[in-house]
Every structure is written in C-alpha cells, then in structure tokens.
Design a protein. Sequence first.
Length: 212
Amino acid sequence: MWLVQRYVEEPLLYRGNRKFDVRALVCVRHDGKAFWYTDWVARVCGSAFDMAKLDDRYAHITNHCVQVQGEAYGEHEEGNEVFREDVRVYLEESRGRSAGSELFRRIEQGMHEAARDLVAALRENADFSADAPCASFQLLGLDLIATTDGRVLLLEANGSPAVAERMIPEAAEAVVNLALEPLRRDILGLGDGASKEHAKQNSQSNPHFMEL
C-alpha cells in the first residue's frame, strides 16, 4: 500500500524564512475522552525555505533526525525547536500585534479542529467504555503544519511520540494526573455526575490539558 501526500508549497515560515511544523500532544483515555496539551513545540528547519531547491533536506524536512545532521543545526535556536509562545510573539512582531494575534488564534483553532476530527474517527473505529475493567490511556503526537493564510493540515499522528526535553517533567505529571482522574472519581464515589465544583477543582489542578 502506498500513501501519497501533496507537498505543502506555501507553509507558514518562522524567523529567517524557515519552514516549521508543530508537534502537539493529545491524550485519549479509555472512556473516550480526549485532551489537548496546551503547550506545543515547533520544529524549525535550519535553512531558509526555497521551492526551487527541493533537494535541500535541511530546508524542507523538519524531523530532528534529519536536522541534527545539518551544519546549521542549533545555530538559530537550541535543538531547532521553539514553543507556542515563541510562535505567537513572532507572528505579532512580523505581522503587527492585531493581525498576528488573529492569525495565531486561527491557527490554534485549526489545530484543535484537526485533533477533534482525528478523535472522532477514533471513536467510530475503537471500543471505548467508561466501565472498562482497567483504566488506560494513549498519548498521541500530532504533527501539524500551517499555511501562510492560516490553514492547518494534519500530517500524521504518532503512537509513541518524542517530546521536547523541556516539556517532559510538566507533561508527564499532567498525563499521569489526567489518566488517574477516572480512578479518583470512582474512589470518591462521584461517578459521571460529578459536581461542578469537583470538575472545577480538577481543571484547576491540571491546567495543562484542555478537553476536546
């Protein structure tokens, strides 16, 4: 079987006219609920984007295993990685605060919509149950790319995603708390009709995830 993807010819570019894609985390629980990790990493190419030089891997392929071999690796930012806030600041600097802020909002909204579409497909094709004999979860790494006009495309979903080193401590703790929440609910005898106050407390204790 072959899977053919059309190349994104007008990607949104970061500082130095360099292509980037986004690695975002989504946690799916056994009960079918899915959650978006609110921080994400942008993986940036080391060389400037140029459609006339498609053979330049360091201008077109954002994957770490490729970029680490390039001479410009780490020249612009550590590990060729920047984060959500860095992208927001850059868009506001390069396009003006109002226009940049609006573009950033549309891009994040597009990423959330892509994640929801993926989760909807999972729910149609997998067995989820709040009454499962054991609680479980799957952490997915979504690779997404934005175009110059703010459209967002899902490139792929990874079942065993690499995570930026800076994100690991907070993300790991947040995932564990999220995965254990159904068990805590059962222990407290709250069931599916948990009080609004408990839901509010849980949201405050795990602010890094947003339910999709």
